[in-house]
Design a protein around this ligand. Structure first.
Ligand code: ZN
Length: 226
């Protein structure tokens, strides 16, 4: 869609939601520098309330693994991750010799979660989009006068002990099948990934990142209790 049209639609939606804080995710990509600034300025000046840019840094390896191991319930569409966010029930198929997740939703009566076609490729199909996102972030950074909140998904392993507790780290799960009891054992350990600079890192779970967002928002908007 042309930028002007998207801009008009976004403004119309903003106008409908008076006295509400809005979180706008996913600006149009692939614009030149001037279009970007016009786009931002136009939206930022549209309503007379504070604007904030929220920038999230997530290593590509994290995005890649989240896509590759994604599993979806064919009935209720619940999305989980075989390696990073399993359901409470994991089964083993003895003939296929593979583990699989069962949906936790009682309405689904233990439906098997499936991978979506193309997910096995990970970030490959969205590489170009990620590159454009990076450019978009650079443009946003160069806009003066608008407060920015920086969030990070990962932390180098060597610094982790000084800043975070174990329960804030995304665990990785693996599975073992006990031939005797016919039960699946779930093994959990802290997940280690290489960040974009190749440093061994931990990926944070969502809650600590949200806490960081709230803390910074209180500061940016000066919402201290009086
Ligand atoms: Zn389901």
């Amino acid at each position: 869609m042309p930028t002007e049209l998207i801009l008009a639609l976004v403004k119309r939606e903003i106008a409908k939601r008076r006295k509400k804080a809005l979180f706008i995710d996913g600006f149009p990509r692939g614009l030149d520098q001037i279009s970007y600034s016009l786009f931002f300025r136009d939206l930022i000046g549209y309503r007379d309330d504070p604007d904030i840019f929220i920038l999230i840094d997530v290593p590509e390896t994290v995005i890649d693994e989240r896509i590759k191991w994604r599993r979806v319930c064919p009935l209720c569409q619940t999305s989980r991750n075989f390696k990073l966010l399993p359901t409470s029930k994991v089964n083993y198929d003895e003939t296929k010799k593979e583990f699989y997740l069962l949906c936790d939703n009682p309405d689904c009566k233990g439906a098997k979660l499936l991978s979506k076609e193309g997910d096995e490729l990970g970030i490959k199909p969205i590489k170009e989009r990620l590159k454009q996102d990076e450019e978009l972030i650079e443009r946003a950074l160069s806009l003066y006068g608008i407060p920015k909140i920086f969030l990070r998904n990962s932390l180098p392993v060597k610094d982790a002990k000084n800043y975070i507790d174990d329960y804030e780290i995304t665990p990785e799960y693996s599975y073992e099948f006990d031939e005797k009891t016919k039960k699946v054992k779930i093994i959990e350990k802290s997940w280690q990934v290489r960040d974009d600079e190749g440093k061994p890192s931990y990926s944070l779970l969502p809650p600590p990142v949200v806490v960081s967002l709230i803390k910074q928002m209180v500061e940016v908007l000066s919402l201290y209790p009086v």
